[in-house]
Design a protein around this ligand. Structure first.
Ligand SMILES: N[C@@H](CCC(=O)N[C@@H](CS)C(=O)NCC(=O)O)C(=O)O
Length: 226
């Protein structure tokens, strides 16, 4: 099985699937494609052959079977690996974990657009300015904080439903955004953000992102160069 991903420094969607596979020790080969959207690039050549949406991540089985959406990848891995509690075993908790993943998948638009994932860079001044000026950003973070607090209080942490699962892999890139932009959180949510950043699969992803030392202008609203 292969997982095609983008730059680890920038690709929040790739991080969700990559961290999930690594956290559960599911074997796979990683194929990293640089975010280079210029005509004729390797990105265009390879994604055209494997990804119906030309986006990453995309999971490709050895027989060519393809799954091209992170929620579907989580479900597929859970189906293929029932030995792993990728979703909570309890039906009600599982429904809530899936609701949170769906909310992350489709929501938090302001946080995602003004605080893009950029693992190697800290934008604390930008974060402070945005926090003061941007009501929609504050609303996104307030909702995130409340959602996290509810599950942490119900299940006792350190992850949302106790042990690390798909929903936590889903929020790992958000933990990076919150920390890189220094956005304020409640004590409980901050502890969860830190637990996410300290999970070995997340730490490994971050370490590899730091080794990339790349600069993709399209993903850099706040820097002109590295
Ligand atoms: N809904 C998709 C979103 C994937 C996505 O937007 N991936 C970005 C990288 S983080 C991408 O491939 N962008 C390239 C492009 O838009 O051409 C998923 O869940 O995987």
């Amino acid at each position: 099985m292969k997982l095609y991903i983008g730059n680890k420094n920038y690709s929040s969607w790739s991080m969700r699937s990559g961290v999930l596979l690594a956290a559960f020790g599911i074997p796979f080969d990683e194929v990293k494609l640089r975010f280079d959207f210029s005509p004729g690039s390797e990105w265009h050549r390879v994604t055209a052959g494997v990804s119906p949406t030309r986006r990453v991540p995309v999971l490709v089985e050895d027989d060519g079977f393809t799954v091209w959406d992170t929620l579907a990848i989580a479900e597929y891995l859970a189906d293929r690996h029932p030995e792993h509690a990728i979703w909570p075993r309890d039906a009600r908790q599982r429904a809530r974990a899936r609701s949170l993943c769906a909310e992350m998948h489709a929501g938090f638009g302001r946080l995602r657009s003004v605080c893009p994932m950029n693992i190697e860079a800290f934008f604390l001044d930008v974060g402070q300015r945005l926090w003061a000026e941007d009501e929609a950003l504050r609303a996104d973070v307030a909702r995130l904080d409340a959602a996290w607090r509810d599950e942490l209080a119900a299940h006792g942490g350190p992850f949302l439903f106790g042990a690390f699962g798909a929903v936590d892999a889903y929020f790992a890139p958000v933990a990076v955004r919150l920390s890189r932009f220094g956005l304020p959180l409640s004590e409980a949510a901050a502890a969860y953000r830190d637990a996410l950043l300290a999970h070995p699969a997340v730490e490994d992803w971050i370490a590899e992102a730091l080794r990339e030392q790349d600069f993709v202008a399209e993903d850099e609203p706040y820097r002109k160069a590295r």
